[in-house]
Design a protein around this ligand. Sequence first.
Ligand SMILES: [Zn+2]
Length: 525
Amino acid sequence: MLISYSLLPVNMTLKPIIGLEIHVQLKTKSKMFCGCDNTGENQPPNTTVCPICMGHPGVLPVANRQAIEWSVMTAQALNCEIPEFSKFDRKNYFYPDLPKGYQISQYDQPIGVKGFLEITDDKGEPKKIQITRLHLEEDAAKNFHSADGRHTFVDYNRACTPLMEIVSEPDMNSPKEAKKFVQELRLMMKYLNVSEADMEKGHLRCDANINLWELDDKGEKIAATPIVEVKNMNSFKSVERAMEYEIKRQTREYQRTKKTIKDHPKTTRGWNDDKGVTEQQRTKEEAHDYRYFPEPDLPPLNFSPKAPNAIDIIKIKADTVELPAARRERFIKEYQIDKAVAKQLVEDKKLAEYFEEVDSELREWLTALPEMEGTREEIWAKHGLKVTKLVINWLINKLMSYLNNDNLDITACKITPENFAEFITIIYQKKINSTIAQKLLEIMYQTGKDPSAIIDEQDLTGGTDQIDINKFIETTIAENPDAIANYKKGKTNSIMYLVGQVMKKAHGKADAGEVKKLLENKLTR
Ligand SMILES: [Zn+2]
């Protein structure tokens, strides 16, 4: 994306340069360096604490092996190199939410380096965003400020909980790309099952570094504006909005002051979602302000297979988990569905799982039908793609709209994959028409009962009984000579009136589309 605001002089081209730092809260059972319960956000304040996470003197931290393994797995999923050695460091600063006076983090030897995550750019082309590093650290406690601004309360439940920090290179060039990066990363965390990754609850927090490059006519950089770190973006939307705002603000400021990165140190601004602006916070500390030094109470991590008590990184390879990008590709190939549908299914991990369960149940249902001949594989080869099309249509267009209306996700759906597969089989056999199918799905959705039981109970068997419908068509034609004459004169929409009459006689149990086709055949003969 290149900026072309009316406030730019004719010859100036500015290009946004965006890098992201993302903190992911890991959902381990216990905290990062002590045995305290890691579900403190759902517990009363200051109840999931101990002398270690409260920073009492003389206590010793012990690193959470699960958190380290998950970090290695995530680093691998992000195509990172895993150096043989890694270590923890102390990052010293004073703040009430940090009882020890330092945070245990990782400075110069992180768990993963030099990776990438692929997103689609603004033109829809794949683009690799490089990952600089992935490291592990502990979170701080949470401060609450009273409404009158006179009191601050601290909840130490969050102190010492495991956080994974993922830093990208400044490879994104538009707010949309930044948003896509966060979305794809969040989806990956869900597929790896290492974090709830709920942005609104702060399980995934995002900071951005953004500035602008001035380019010459050949697209070469001539100057760069000062870097601004933007904090407090709590949703995908706010990432996009904050970046859009900063691009405009920096463009204006650069126009006015001509200040470049050389004239101005990095600053920090907070995103105010209500006002839709970023606000100046403070001048950013440099690394040396934190007096980083190796954490003396924790041994370094050794990822060499020969090391005693080594973390076996081969065993925790991310290859064992199918990542979103791979699943999208497989869905497109295996089910021959289009890109957008694959994206929609994979976006919701539980929905993708439901879809695949329905698919495997359907193989059973189809094989069990008396009219089917051949092996399970042969039957699927012949009918699989056709029934999958039905599944997509009824799952995404119908069932998901019921769930969305009720604000529920697929896990709350009363229809089991087995029952949904039976429902699709009944439609595929043409036992019922689409009008009845809709009624049936609605009852299934309300009650969770299996479709054949509902059909028996509610006498929904009517279906498209060819003989009856032909009879209804005959009588309709006989009863409506005027409409027939009009149709033959070229008033083609009078056919819909006739369809309506047939549907009335069939008590809605016929398929309107099919009736229309039969009528047209009869009348044009
Ligand atoms: Zn503790």
